[in-house]
Write a protein that binds this ligand. Structure first.
Ligand code: NAP
Length: 216
């Protein structure tokens, strides 16, 4: 089974994806700017779900070890975190969950000059990295609530078709339905839909509103 690394895996979204993918049987390498913090969080995840194969390491080691590398870091940290990891990520599938969110009522997204957070990531990492944009509308709350099965769709965008298939399979393995949304440039739409979904959660006082496409 492919090893999944999560850069910024100590945050809410990273922990949630680690739990779900780990419970589905994938070996997880949880990355952080601090290896001590990563070890602590990896141990907490193991306590919560004993059967997960998970290790906490620094982000550089996580970038090296993953067959697939998921990013769960703030948009504003993209350059700081990823510039030093470029070589280690060369040729790999990098899954971006980032939304350049402007909190508010309603929440909106920043106008990213490259088009979207994922397209900016592709520019930072270079064209030999297979950037795939996914999991935006799956809230950390949904992921971390292991009592409930995951459901709903996640839209997956990217320019490398086989890489997109790998990410669709990850989504399907944790109970979601991964749908091919098109090339990476549609990520701007995916990221904006996420702001809409967060606004809906606020309006309806929910934490788990997602998206479902009918008749696909
Ligand atoms: N939360 C959700 O429901 C959700 C849903 C979809 C997408 N996302 C996306 O996932 C990403 C992470 O969101 P999150 O809610 O998990 O955030 P979070 O809880 O704040 O975690 C972000 C992680 O990123 C790392 N990080 C690196 N640079 C940082 C900085 N300058 N300031 C703070 N943290 C920094 C931290 O790990 P270390 O300190 O260990 O390095 C931190 O644990 C965002 O891009 C967000 O748009 C989140």
């Amino acid at each position: 089974m492919k090893t999944i690394s999560i850069i910024g895996g100590t945050g809410n979204q990273g922990k949630g994806l680690a739990l779900r993918l780990g419970a589905a049987g994938y070996p997880i390498v949880l990355g952080s700017r601090s290896s001590e913090k990563a070890i602590k969080v990896a141990n907490e995840i193991k306590e919560q779900h004993g059967n997960i194969n998970i290790e906490g390491v620094d982000n550089g080691t996580a970038a090296e070890r993953g067959d697939v590398v998921i990013l769960t870091i703030p948009f504003k940290s993209q350059n700081d975190i990823l510039d030093p990891l470029k070589e280690k990520l060369s040729g790999k599938i990098v899954v971006d969950t980032t939304v350049a969110l402007i909190p508010g009522k309603p929440p909106t997204t920043e106008n990213v000059p490259e088009g979207s957070a994922a397209e900016k990531l592709q520019v930072i990492l270079g064209s030999d990295v297979k950037v795939v944009s996914a999991f935006h509308t799956i809230s950390a709350h949904m992921l971390e609530d292991m009592e409930k099965e995951l459901k709903g769709d996640t839209l997956v965008a990217g320019d490398d078709a086989p890489a997109k298939e790998v990410v669709i399979e990850l989504a399907n393995k944790i109970g979601l339905r991964g749908l091919n949304a098109g090339p990476l440039k549609v990520s701007s739409t995916l990221e904006r839909i996420t702001a809409l979904v967060i606004g809906m959660n606020i309006r309806y006082k929910k934490k788990s509103i997602g998206v479902d496409f009918t008749n696909v």
